[in-house]
Design a protein around this ligand. Structure first.
Ligand code: AMP
Length: 112
């Protein structure tokens, strides 16, 4: 746990969140500023900064849960987007690894 990390504080329950999934390794919460009708963030319980610092096994585990989250939030059938912003130029604003799962409407591309 990182004391000043907002996602660690959410995981500890110090900051409220709207959870859609939880197990021993991760939680999934609704994004506070959704970019689409469904916008969920998958967060590992153990702090790691981003995709470059995370163990490959953890990344595989979290990506393996995307289907469950997509089904649970009703976006699996029509399709959705999975995004991992990484570092300053990658648009990462919270330095705790998180996987965005975004859907519920037709999404534009490219994102830049
Ligand atoms: P990123 O820009 O990839 O680092 O994404 C960070 C995401 O965290 C943004 O989509 C924010 O809207 C979201 N966010 C920030 N604070 C909270 C919070 N307290 N609860 C839920 N989502 C949050």
């Amino acid at each position: 746990m990182a004391e000043d990390c907002i996602f660690c504080r959410i995981i500890k329950g110090e900051i409220p969140s709207n959870k859609v999934y939880e197990d021993d390794k991760m939680v999934a919460i609704h994004d506070v500023a959704p970019a689409a009708p469904v916008h969920v963030l998958l967060l590992p319980k153990e702090h790691t900064d981003n995709v470059t610092t995370a163990a490959p096994e953890l990344l595989a585990y979290m990506l393996g849960k995307v289907k469950t989250i997509a089904e649970q939030t009703g976006i699996a059938e029509k399709g959705f987007r999975v995004v991992i912003n990484t570092g300053e130029e990658g648009g990462q604003t919270v330095n705790h690894l998180h996987i965005h799962v975004i859907g519920g409407k037709a999404l534009g591309w490219p994102p830049c």
